[in-house]
Design a protein around this ligand. Sequence first.
Ligand code: PMP
Length: 444
Amino acid sequence: MTQIAPPRRTRVLHRSSRETPPLAVGGHGVWIVEAGGREVLDASGGAAVSCLGHQHPRVVEAVQHQVGQLCYAHTSFFSNEPAEALAEELVGHEPGGLAQAYFVAGGSEAVEAALKLARQYFLEIGQPRRTRFIARRQSYHGNTLGALSAGGNAWRRAPYAPMLSDAFSHVSPAFAYREMREGEDEPAFTARLAAELEAEFQRLGPGSVAAFLAEPVVGATAGCVPAPTGYFRAVREICDRHGALLILDEVMSGIGRTGTLHAWEQEGVSPDIQAIAKGLGGGYQPIGAVLVSGAVVDAIERGTGAFQHGHTYLAHPVACAAALEVQRTIREEGLLANVIAMGERLERRLTERFGNHHHVGDVRGRGLFRAIELVEDRRTKEPFDPALKLNARIKSEAFARGLACYPAGGTADGRRGDHVLLAPPYIVAAHEVDVIVERLGEAV
Ligand code: PMP
């Protein structure tokens, strides 16, 4: 293997302009290999992406086969076999009434397409006044301008505020650790959240709301936050009563990450439109998708007959072939059972290591989607001063120990709050879970 040390500054515009990251040159299982030969445990699957780990032979072979077969055919002329098979795999035996899949190149694109589909649905059924969307504070839906407008992280939105849409308003993120009041139990908390959402519909005028948009388990901006029991059933009821759609963003939480194929299966509801990405292609190819209910599909079919939104790389054959093999591998190898078993082990180990730590306020999450929240004071839940840049320091301390984890952050103001998010590949073994917690413990 050639050993290339990266120059201090390269021609690639990296996210940090002051620092060029090390070169990754290979991978196997949960490990990424650097140019110098060091192996780093990929404890967050990148950003909850690499669900099968690296260089899985089944997916590598499927991609190689498709590259030899057909790489590109524009969707205005052709469909292609991998896209048809992938759609069948995703919605063919779907419990929630989702009927069709629209394939894009990533998560932000999927969210944009979901929002535009919702808008188009109401145009098709003769309700053009439905132009408003309700999302949640402390959410993340992507970095393109529409998806950023939808997101509820004030700090990320601020620099681009003059370019963002005002079609979105934001309600509570349903974040129990931060928002449940002294003496309030879960049912009371859920009822208060439902009342807040109902009030927002009333404020906007219920006939003007197109959809409510939420992550079933909030990912990067709050650190693996599931909703309180009954919350999504209440949300579904409110949307139905006001004739609005429910859009769920499962870009991070979807495709098995929380132990079920979709996180919403654990909530007793199903969405009208759902965005997925990350684990869909498992990192083998860039791909995202919108899964759409029969009602929305039918309305478009009866109306103009075409979704007024497209991209050059829709339903890319190689991307779809990769995603198809990722999905088949997860299903045929029964990997969700490992997500549940290793998820429980991860939670147990994290609780043993951090449960009494003065600076760890919360250990939470579902399946292989877990986080710890670091606080100045465990008793008061006071977050650390952002000037400390704790997230960046933990990331670099962990990385120095051969662990790539995903520091995430943000309280309601989007600035304070430090979480470390763990989302290892579904193939992770018990001893690797232990290594993750041991190295993270040293770093913290
Ligand atoms: N939605 C959620 C919930 C996400 O976590 C992300 C990515 N972190 C996105 C959307 C955007 O996806 P992408 O980065 O692929 O555009």
